[in-house]
Design a protein around this ligand. Structure first.
Ligand SMILES: [Zn+2]
Length: 68
């Protein structure tokens, strides 16, 4: 994002006028959201993974398959 910071320093237009500034704003916002979501997930207990026993005829053995 170095180019973005550089651009914002050089550019005198606002986000509504400059297409690049608009995209920079958008991606910074998305980045912030992603970090926020990651923090939220960290504080939450992991969801229990449900598995089912599936017989694999090719390997001729039972295995656990994650139910999605
Ligand atoms: Zn700009």
């Amino acid at each position: 994002m170095k180019w973005a910071i550089k651009h914002q320093k050089q550019c005198n237009l606002d986000e509504d006028t400059c297409n690049e500034c608009f995209h920079i704003g958008e991606s910074l916002w998305a980045l912030k959201e992603a970090h926020y979501e990651m923090d939220q997930k960290k504080n939450q207990p992991k969801p229990q993974v449900k598995t089912k026993n599936v017989y694999d005829y090719r390997l001729q053995e039972w295995r656990n398959e994650v139910i999605k």
